[in-house]
Write a protein that binds this ligand. Structure first.
Ligand SMILES: [Zn+2]
Length: 77
């Protein structure tokens, strides 16, 4: 049986996951749903990728704020 409602709930939990830790019930519900639902597995991949990209961008911004000198290579010939 397919339920759009549980997919919506799964998406909510996936985004919530990045703000706080899911409790045991939420986590096991999500794990079970992901095992059954290919659509939500794909969503989760996107979510993970997105948060990873955000983190990397934040790291780049942090080092840029420290005023690190740009890397120039002089070619002498
Ligand atoms: Zn689903």
């Amino acid at each position: 049986m397919k339920s759009m409602k549980s997919c919506k709930h799964a998406t909510e939990l996936m985004s919530l996951q990045h703000e706080r830790k899911l409790n045991f019930a939420e986590h096991s519900w999500l794990t079970t749903h992901l095992a059954l639902c290919a659509h939500c597995r794909r969503c989760k991949k996107q979510f993970d990728l997105l948060s990873k990209t955000c983190e990397e961008r934040r790291n780049v911004l942090d080092s840029a704020q420290e005023g690190e000198p740009q890397h120039f290579e002089e070619e002498t010939k």
